[in-house]
Design a protein around this ligand. Sequence first.
Ligand SMILES: Nc1ncnc2c1ncn2[C@@H]1O[C@H](COP(=O)(O)OP(=O)(O)OP(=O)(O)O)[C@@H](O)[C@H]1O
Length: 390
Amino acid sequence: MSVGEASAAPRVARIILSDFRSYTSLDLPVAGRLVALTGENGAGKTNLIEALSLFTAGRGLRRADLAEMARAGGDGGFAVSLALDGPSGDVRLGTGVERLPDGALSSRRCRIDGATVGSPAAFAEYIRVVWLTPALDAIFTGSAGDRRRFLDRLVLAIDARHGARVSAYERALRGRNRLLEDPRPDRAWLDGIEAEIASLGVDIARVRSDAVAKLAVLAAGERDDAAPFPFADLAIEGAVEAMLGDGDEAATERFRAALREARPRDAAAGRALIGPHTSDLKVRHGPKDVAAERASTGEQKALLVGIVLAHARLVAAASGLAPLVLLDEVAAHLDRRRRAALYDALSALGSQVFMTGADPQLFGELPSSAEIFMVRAGKIELYAREEHRS
Ligand SMILES: Nc1ncnc2c1ncn2[C@@H]1O[C@H](COP(=O)(O)OP(=O)(O)OP(=O)(O)O)[C@@H](O)[C@H]1O
């Protein structure tokens, strides 16, 4: 499917939580496409969108352990379930952890219409999820590792197998590190594991590069210097990415040769010094043509919003599913004009969007079809919208 083609937009129609974070039990019907969650600090707004973020591969938007998600004071288990109004009808998605009869906690369970599936990656057939959280504010000034993780999340929303690919690559790297600890390592084993690393590494570099190139094409379409959300110039910098020009097979061979040659150096360092695990995502503020880390705090936030909007459009075009968009405390950072522009852009996306903000006034510019909820200590009710808009 090409960028711009129509996509289906699944909608969460009901959220049911049991012993999830601050929620003992919650059954929330949702009617809107644009949904705002307001309420005091600590009320449970982020907890709710974190629950939604579990319907994608990985550990959700806080990258938390399952044990942290279970309500303190509960039995250690929790359940999150969604009724989804999807392209092929209604479907029920569920995930959580159960306290087993023998007293132990189960591993993470994932279910689709009651049937167990192997991992949350299986939800990708029904729903894609993208998000922007305050933790990402430091992404441009933070470590290359943070930016790689950010990029991998972008890729994961397009290609649900990317997480498994990265895990397998990291496992193979650890295996090679262990072999290199031996002063006389088994050469056949090393050859084998390096072949695996090279093949997985080139796959990772390729899908990351493709995603960045597609995002760049989308951003290029919006090269309006006066746009409220500036376009970003994105590029990946990495030795393996630089090898891709001659095709994947040649790149795999070159990466494998580089690993073989680097054995003494990597043995001394205790890790591989070359590979996509050392690459960096370079971001520039397009209209100003400066490195993103040199832009102002507000400009960085606007850049991130621009990237997330472009990403949501890319996910819709690539997967045929307009992704669920979760925006944690984004509205509060934007001036009035940009907030109105954000709501226009979100309406145009076609996605269902959940956004949080402590101050209900932040959502004054939302269209009347939007739904605003007031969150108070584990309880959620509709905010008096009519009053609010008068
Ligand atoms: N496992 C847990 N069990 C019980 N309560 C939890 C658990 N994890 C977090 N909480 C509580 O949830 C609350 C935080 O909720 P959340 O982060 O959703 O707040 P918020 O409404 O987004 O607030 P803010 O506006 O400050 O971002 C805190 O009071 C925290 O103690």
